[in-house]
Design a protein. Structure first.
Length: 387
């Protein structure tokens, strides 16, 4: 649901009634992951997607029905061998979708509205919703913010045992800290035993950072694709004549400073990617000496294999270990045969995505690897159902 927070927040501000269908669990080769959503308002306007087209029509009808009767429903969609014309996923996967009405009089509207406003404004927040369990609890929600003074650390409630809210809030905060969306199973009384409830926790965190060092033509193309992938992109170069807004209109930030000095003072985290395109030892060595010791997601450096060997020699001389050097992706990018700045940017972006999602980088044709996989994501838990 939070993946379409900006549009839904506008609907809330306009006072619209709507229903939102959210993927809560997947099995096999499903096109969308938990958290993906489609919403339909009382006028029939639809936004978002839960399957890339396979079951959108059926989900649209479920949303309209939820708006009429005011009840939440959990529906499973899968491939049917018996009936080729049945509504299902042609990819062979299974998805469970929770449909929740968000009408002006619904109990969940205040907390869902607050969650949408937080996500739309870029605030780190997580919303937890019961997806399976007693019918009267399904669709109930609570909100956890990264920085909150709210008593108990959450807003809203799940309507069950008092301990349930506290336990779910703790689970939601853990997933929020990791920037992940997933499901957890908890007993109705908030314990790890007893009749289980399944809870979907959707996390919304500020976009990850991409810092591109070196204001060259290749950087311009990389900035564009980095923005397209959802990164907040910074370009850093010590040369003011090259690091200009006119040359990098797609960058969120342009910094004129020695690269290693900027990296020393700026904020990075486990999702940050660092792309070193300067291929000049006086910039690269002090920068990479620092970068390879930071807890970031990716460090890549441009240059020929000869440049790479020379750079590694210099980095060993300043004290980097073989384990630290092994973190460096150099020459940067996947082997696509790239030549132009745009092709090279695609090569770099492909390596970043493969590193982030746990992909191999090999062609899917003839490969026996999953099409959709994410090395950073733990299993989403069992697929449940509403009686």
């Amino acid at each position: 649901m939070l993946d379409i927070a900006e549009e839904l927040n506008r609907w809330v501000e306009q006072g619209r009634d709507f229903a939102v269908a959210t993927v809560v669990a997947v099995g096999g080769s499903a096109p969308r992951q938990p958290g993906a959503a489609l919403a339909v308002d009382s006028d029939g306007t639809a936004i978002g997607s839960v399957s890339g087209g396979c079951v959108e029509g059926a989900v649209y009808e479920l949303c309209q029905q939820a708006l009429e009767d005011g009840g939440s429903v959990l529906e499973r969609f899968g491939y049917s061998d018996e009936d080729a014309f049945a509504v299902g996923l042609t990819c062979g996967g299974i998805i469970d979708i929770l449909v929740t009405p968000v009408r002006a009089d619904s109990a969940a509207r205040p907390v869902l509205g607050a969650a949408l406003a937080a996500a739309a404004s870029g605030e780190a927040a997580a919303v937890a919703r019961i997806t399976s369990g007693p019918a009267e609890l399904v669709g109930r929600a609570l909100l956890v913010r990264a920085d909150t003074d709210t008593e108990g650390g959450y807003e809203g409630g799940l309507g069950g045992h008092p301990e349930l809210d506290r336990t779910v809030a703790g689970e939601a905060r853990a997933l929020l800290d990791a920037g992940r969306t997933g499901t957890v199973e908890i007993g109705e009384d908030g314990s790890r035993c007893g009749q289980p409830l399944t809870v979907l926790v959707e996390s919304s965190v500020p976009p990850p950072r991409m810092i591109v060092f070196g204001a060259i033509d290749f950087a311009s193309a990389l900035v564009k694709i980095g923005a397209f992938l959802g990164y907040r992109v910074t370009v850093c170069d010590a040369r003011p004549v090259f690091a200009t807004a006119a040359r990098f209109p797609d960058a969120d930030e342009i910094v004129v400073e020695w690269p290693h000095k900027y990296l020393e003072r700026t904020e990075v985290d486990a999702r940050t990617v660092l792309c070193v395109l300067t291929h000049d030892a006086k910039f690269d060595v002090p920068l990479l000496e620092l970068a390879l010791r930071l807890p970031v997601a990716y460090v890549g450096a441009m240059g020929s294999r000869r440049t790479h060997e020379d750079r590694n020699k210099r980095l060993r001389e300043v004290g980097l270990t073989e384990l630290e050097l092994a973190r460096l992706r150099s020459p940067i990018g996947l082997d696509l045969g790239a030549r132009t700045p745009e092709e090279t940017a695609l090569s770099i972006a492909a390596e970043i995505v493969a590193n982030r999602r746990g992909g191999s980088g090999v062609s899917l044709t003839g490969a026996h690897t999953p099409i959709h996989h994410d090395g950073s994501r733990r299993p989403a838990g069992r697929i449940g159902s509403v009686a």
